[in-house]
Write a protein that binds this ligand. Structure first.
Ligand code: BGC
Length: 698
């Protein structure tokens, strides 16, 4: 291969939108964002635009992969050019953000994590991989396993919440689902785990922002999910946009070579985040594009997503000897290896075979995932509803199909989604749709109020400083309260919301998230009690925006929050979250008894008994937490170490058993994992705030 052909393998590009805009496409997006042109105007321009796939550059061997091409016909055409019309005939990779489903959209990751069900997480990823590969996609930029403790960060919606262990189990399940154990198996796509690393620790929850992080927290909290995904076989990793302690991840040799490859044993391909190599100049970490290219390649970024910097710079830099040829060869080898592993050299079109549509059968799994993702946050006995009560349905989200898709649902279609209103109608349940005339509530028995966020309000570039309900929604709740009718608040949103001012006015609160195509069906089944709730939160809900970040595994401090004046608290906001990590109600109740711990042969055997004291069968989500009380340094007040689920019939009891390896208590001290021997508290329960405990020596 010539140097230019090698560089071509490292170039990932997307289609350019071409049309008579008079400005660049990026500027056009900015114009929509700041209101200089309307959505309608934008849609009109788009309908008159075309897509340029840079076919001539492809023919010259200048492109190794595409991002964002999802039309199977176009994929076929580009793959044909790559394999038949270029000198080397190397097949292309096609990457896309298949984040929570493809055609069939299942709940956003934050929602789905509330199912605490690794089998479900794997199954939905499998379903997405099958649908995506059928459309020609060979790589998904997922899972996102960024631990996210700050609800202001919009991308909290894309991962499994605030806990590192939960993210690890979630991420590994997703990788298995996307990749199975062999990329040659049918319906399998490469999983590109992101964003390496600590993107979720961005200061103030503001997207792309600086991250200041100690080595201990990096290793103990932010790296383990990546380690778990790599262990599960992930063949691609995406470095994060952010810097850590001043070094952008894109040019961090320590992160991408020493930690990722040497310590975590990663042997796959790295794909930069979109335009991230060019942005190293804005970071102030590279003088110009040439230096950005050199630093990124030498740090270990194999593929340049969308910045064009490798395409413009690398050939000259290598030929002039500024970059060693061996460094280029190594990156090219990573790219070619993954193409071999996918079997693309033998069967370049194996990913592009629109056979019978499996979407119908996928809806059942989609429904199951939505049923398990929704969380009952409050219930004064109003739920489940009787099927003959007359419901007043209020709020625009109650009939929005598009918003059920949530952030990042590129392959999804709004009309495939069932809204709450659709589902009530379909089930023939008595309801009136109340648009503006609130006096209509007089004829209703109960109010269903849908509030929260549209799909654009979370996800990338959607950080919010104030994460409460809107003023209109708050006003609406107050006005409805006056009517004296019971209110069920349904939250559709992509992040925890600070609703402490609205919560007291609601008789019941359901966290319905953005749960994808089957949102409405799932909600109706749960509201009317055809199915019991089983979801539990994986992020804490703050009382107020100013309480962010609030998370369960904080340190105790020397002056833990309490009634005294000089304690670690706010004067004007509760210290505890409104709804804590692990919390979720159901139509039954569970009580825990007698937690016991035995330490033997480097295993902690933990068991407790649970009784279903209510009148309905239910699913108990067992959560095991530990606290190192006398560590070398201060340790979190709680840390999740294991979880499982068990169905318990009404009135029955079950024993919960965990075997926890002592190794899982290791901490990262002085550049090594060490186990601190001393006293540990062990906790069990189904919410981080309602636990029974025992102590043990380790
Ligand atoms: C996001 C990534 C995503 C990529 C490709 C970026 O803006 O940060 O998460 O995979 O775009 O679409």
């Amino acid at each position: 291969m010539t140097t230019a052909e090698k560089v071509g393998q490292l170039v990932q590009t997307g289609p350019s939108i071409v049309g008579a805009f008079g400005v660049s496409f990026e500027e056009l997006l900015n114009m929509v964002f700041d209101g200089r042109i309307s959505d309608e105007e934008f849609q009109r321009m788009m309908s008159e635009s075309g897509q340029d796939y840079h076919e001539e550059i492809l023919r010259q061997g200048g492109i190794g992969s595409y991002n964002g091409v999802t039309d199977p016909e176009v994929i076929r055409k580009l793959q044909r050019i790559a394999t038949e019309e270029t000198r080397m005939g190397i097949p292309l990779l096609f990457g896309s953000d298949v984040i929570h489903g493809h055609r069939t959209v299942y709940p956003i990751p934050l929602a789905e994590s509330c199912a605490w069900d690794p089998q479900l997480w794997e199954k939905t990823a499998r379903m997405a991989a099958k649908e995506a590969s059928r459309d020609g996609i060979t790589m998904t930029f997922a899972p996102m396993v960024d631990v996210a403790k700050d609800a202001r960060w919009g991308r909290i919606s894309e991962g499994a919440g605030e806990d590192s262990f939960l993210q690890s189990v979630f991420g590994a399940a997703k990788v298995r689902g996307f990749q199975q154990d062999d990329l040659r198996k049918p319906g399998t796509i490469v999983s590109c785990v992101k964003h390496f690393a600590a993107y979720g620790a961005c200061e103030g929850g503001r997207d792309y922002n600086h991250v200041e992080l100690s080595g201990e927290r990096l290793y103990e909290e932010y790296l383990p999910p990546f380690a778990a995904c790599i262990k599960a076989g992930a063949r691609a990793v995406m470095p994060a946009f952010n810097d850590i302690n001043g070094i952008p991840c894109t040019v961090s040799r320590k992160l991408l070579r020493d930690i990722l490859r040497k310590e975590l044993g990663f042997t796959g391909v790295t794909v930069s985040d979109s335009n991230a190599i060019a942005e190293c100049v804005d970071h102030g970490a590279a003088r110009d594009m040439a230096e950005a290219a050199k630093k990124a390649l030498e740090a270990g970024v194999d593929i340049d997503m969308s910045s064009g910097v490798y395409a413009a710079q690398l050939t000259d830099l290598v030929e002039e000897g500024v970059i060693e040829k061996a460094v280029l060869d190594e990156a090219v080898r990573e790219v070619l290896r993954v193409k071999y592993e996918l079997g693309l050299f033998e069967q370049p079109y194996r990913f592009c075979s629109p056979e019978e549509s499996p979407e119908k059968e996928n809806r059942a799994l989609c429904l199951e995932s939505a049923l398990k993702s929704m969380v009952l946050l409050k219930n004064n006995g109003l739920l489940p509803l009787q099927k003959n009560v007359k419901v007043g349905l209020i709020g625009s989200l109650a009939e929005s199909r598009a918003d059920m898709l949530g952030a990042w649902a590129l392959g999804g279609r709004a009309n495939d989604c069932i809204s709450l209103k659709d589902a009530l109608e379909e089930a023939g349940l008595p309801f009136v749709r109340i648009e503006s005339d609130l006096s209509e509530v007089e004829d209703c028995d109960v109010i269903l109020l849908a509030a929260g966020e549209t799909k654009e309000m979370s996800g990338e570039a959607a950080s919010r400083a104030v994460i409460s309900l809107s003023q209109e929604e708050k006003g609406l709740i107050r006005a409805l309260r006056e009517s004296g009718k019971p209110i069920i608040l349904i939250l559709f949103n992509g992040r925890p919301l600070a609703i402490s001012d609205a919560a007291p006015d609601a008789d019941a609160i359901v966290e319905a998230w953005h749960c994808g195509c089957e949102s409405g069906h799932a909600l109706v089944k749960l509201l009317y009690g055809d199915r019991n709730f089983s979801g539990h939160l994986t992020t804490s809900f703050p009382n107020a925006s100013g309480q962010c970040p609030v998370y369960y595994n904080h340190l105790n401090t020397g002056r833990p929050a309490g009634r005294g004046k000089f304690t670690c608290k706010y004067l004007d906001v509760e210290t505890e979250p409104l709804f804590p990590f692990g919390f979720g109600l159901s139509y039954t109740e569970f009580e825990e008894e007698a937690l016991e711990v035995q330490a033997e042969n480097d295993i902690l055997s933990v068991r407790w008994t649970v009784v279903n004291t209510g009148k309905r069968d239910g699913v108990y989500t067992a959560q095991l937490y530990v606290r190192d009380k006398t560590g070398v340094r201060a340790c979190p007040v709680l840390e999740l170490k294991a979880f499982s689920q068990v169905e318990i019939a009404a009135g029955k009891r079950e024993e919960i058993c965990f075997e926890l390896p002592v190794q899982s208590l290791a901490r990262y001290e002085n550049d090594a994992w060490t186990i601190h021997h001393g006293t540990y508290e062990i906790f069990g329960g189904e919410s981080s705030k309602k636990l029974i405990r025992a102590e043990t020596e380790v």
